[in-house]
Design a protein around this ligand. Sequence first.
Ligand code: PLP
Length: 381
Amino acid sequence: VVYLDYNATSPLRPEALEVMLDTLRSVGNASSIHTAGRDAAARVDLARQQVAHLLACAPGELIFTSGATEANNLALHAGYSVGETLATTAVEHPAIREAARAITTDGRGSLVELPVDRDGVVNLTPLEVAIRQGKVSLVSAMLANNETGVLTNMDPIIGLAREAGALVHTDATQYVGRLPLDLNELDVDLLSLSGHKFGGPQGVGALFVRRGTSMPYRPLLIGGGQERGWRAGTLNVPGIAGLGAAAKAAQMQLHNESARVASLRYVLEDGLTSRLPDCYINGARSPRLPGVTNVTFPGLPADALLAAMPEIAASNGSACASGAPSPSHVLLAMGLSRQDADSTVRFSLGYATTEHEIKQAIEATVLAVKEVRTAMAATAE
Ligand code: PLP
């Protein structure tokens, strides 16, 4: 199988696997004071440093979680002041979109979803209006979109939020480990990440909380007081160790990997658009992540295309929401028709993708398009 679904999950990096196996063979609760416990705590400390290094933040600014879904929920829960306005964008992952809706429902506050244009660029006017009208307490905007790879220009969003005295959260799940990130330069208060998007294990992530940020103290999980009271529960030491190792490996290879992956994406897009002149790429005019392309094949249902190329692991829209019958809210927000949204395939490349695989993917897609077109013409007759 040619795996081109890195935005759904990426293969575990060998460095992460190795440290996880070693940690799984060891024993120790990171909260215990005996030697075994201290060994576990040391593994967690190392991982905290490795992740902090990748983001250019302090290790003490990180809270380990079960992934970005939890980190996003925690960020909204902790950063939002009930009764005030929460602003997000129309293209957020469900882990922000649904959580934001839940947190502001039943008159507990109001939610502003900022629309995007055809290129996926966020329209800030409703945020300006909301700020003039009342108290916006939190703004959450994703750094990179999981379906299209379109990057959000955070500077104007941060500028407006600062004027309003609001906190800023960013869901950086698809960005971390793929493009350089420096939290000295990106002035957000809260940031979510997930290990399995950059070669770490599934089920582990982190929330960055900038030192000195004043927020209501509202953890989601209450219990033994781990993670300085922000996230109770015995730490997932093997997962955290794997996350740290993946962060280190991703950081070391970031420069080369992002350039290499971007050039493979170029080969893929060039191959598809030159051989299939009908297809178009969503978000192509915007700055994007290096490894994602979101391609619409008008008139051809994505499910049928994917079924016609079983050797290629790509996805229809966002894999996180796949299985759901509704079309991609991201593509609809960008102004695609429902039919075009349903005719869209996301290919996402990553650190282990090869040029040979990209050539195979082009050939398979061209064949699948022919096959589905022929089958549809036959049923139409
Ligand atoms: N946010 C974005 C942008 C994502 O792409 C994903 C995963 O697909 C998540 C959040 C959820 O991350 P996790 O799988 O770690 O819960």
